[in-house]
Design a binder for this molecule. Sequence first.
Ligand SMILES: [Zn+2]
Length: 239
Amino acid sequence: MKFLNKIFMLILIFTLINFQKSFPINDGQTKKYVYLTFDDGPTCKNTPLLLDKLKELSLPATFFVVGKLVNENPEVLKRIVKENHSIGLHTMSHNKNKCYSSHENFIEENLELQKLLQKDFNVNTKIIRFPFGSQNSYLKMDKIFLDKLHKNNFKIYDWHIDTLDAINPQNSPETILQICKNQYKKRFENNKNLIILMHTNSNNINTINSLKLIKDYFLDLGYEFNTLNENTRELFYIK
Ligand SMILES: [Zn+2]
């Protein structure tokens, strides 16, 4: 009997060792990803320069685009799609008084943009970024608002790291990297997914110049670069 118990224990240990190999702890994700996200495009000069740099560095990215700018710069949008970056929704107007006047107006602006992207560019996207984030000062996302968005099949993505390039576009590339490092070390060193907020406004030239530094820093830490899509786990904060 003791002998059988020993055999049983050995089989159990062997099974557990193999189970851990095939299903690593930490919800099964073995790789670590950085998602570079660029809001507020497509702009006519900055976005093409940004696309050149992304191509040179072989970096994939996600663009949360504004409908009125898509209408103004359709060729730039086409280039983003052609170069295999992903596209997300960032309202039609980016006007806080319009898009945040009610839940319904916010949803309507994003549905309109979704249709525009489908019809004119054959792009299907469900991923959304709130202008100024889901906890903006105008219409914060709460559970009721979230349920309405999910009923429309939207997926919501805020960010982990804010490069602060919207409020301080003049920061040097080195400063932008330092801001990323500081936030990463303070709160996200154990994260397997990192979403970084950046912008492609006309004054965001140093954002483009920071990309090589950011790439090298996170590659050294074992991260790969990836694009957001509707299957990426959502990231939002709730009131
Ligand atoms: Zn924005």
